[in-house]
Design a binder for this molecule. Structure first.
Ligand code: FMN
Length: 229
């Protein structure tokens, strides 16, 4: 074989190696990022990873932050965060990581991301699409809201509660537990977060197609901090 054909053969081999490497390393890595394509109606989240930082260290890091990078959250981080927020931690009884008054489980967690609005369904650990498109600017009245990778919206469904005069109080308290779970997960995962009340609730409720019995209680922005990770 002359030098020219040997070098052509070497170039072809390098090309094949590059294609194989791309399919083995790069393509699966891309797949780990959140794939909320607009045509996807339901997203099966991966199994949450339970191991993490010791609680006292996480508590020491808990804080509110309002500076978000535009980087999307990888799907496994979203999965962990939603499970921490209000996932089922006792499958035998269906009870959740956050307590609710009389175990009514009336707080639903919606996710407003770049690709749409989704409802977190704890039983199947899936995200069900409610509306397509980037509606993050509707998730709060402050500028940083549209920059956060996701905004969680905590919605009380009063049709699941009795007509007790305290039901608004219970819904607010129950939301606080979910929000604190998210704060603690974010502290453990190096994410920025802030819980928020300053929301145009009628406009957001309309975009979320909420029923009369459903009421937005609070929202929470989550994303990577603007500088460093
Ligand atoms: C019920 C509630 C509503 C809040 N609403 C907003 C809000 O609309 N916008 C905002 O930027 N921060 C909001 N915050 C975050 C507080 O400002 C923040 O928790 C407080 O300044 C204490 O800071 P820390 O969380 O870092 O300890 C809210 C907090 C709570 C508990």
């Amino acid at each position: 074989m002359d030098t020219k054909s040997r070098s052509r053969g070497f170039t072809i081999t390098r090309g094949i190696v590059a294609i194989v490497l791309a399919s083995v390393i790069i393509i699966p890595a891309l797949g780990q990022n959140i794939t909320m394509a607009q045509e996807q109606k339901s997203i099966q989240l991966t199994k949450p990873q339970i191991a993490g930082n010791p609680l006292m260290e996480v508590l020491a890091k808990r804080s509110s932050s309002r500076e978000f990078s535009s980087e999307a959250l990888p799907e496994n981080i979203l999965s962990n965060m939603l499970w921490a927020a209000a996932g089922i931690n006792r499958p035998e009884s269906g009870r959740r990581t956050a307590p609710t008054a009389m175990n009514k489980q009336e707080i639903d967690v919606y996710v407003v991301s770049e690709s749409g609005i989704y409802l977190y369904e704890a039983k199947s650990h899936t995200l069900k699409m409610i509306a397509a498109g980037d509606l993050r600017a509707l998730a709060g009245k402050q500028d940083y809201v549209k920059d956060a990778a996701v905004n969680l919206i905590y919605v009380a469904d009063f049709s699941r509660m009795s007509s007790s005069p305290d039901r608004e109080l219970y819904a607010a308290a129950d939301t606080g537990f979910v929000s604190e779970n998210v704060y603690l997960y974010c502290a453990s995962a190096g994410l920025a977060t802030v819980v928020r009340a300053y929301i145009d609730k009628p406009a957001l409720a309309k975009a979320m197609k909420l029923k009369a019995d459903q009421k937005i209680i609070l929202a929470q922005s989550v994303g990577y901090p603007k500088r460093g990770r």
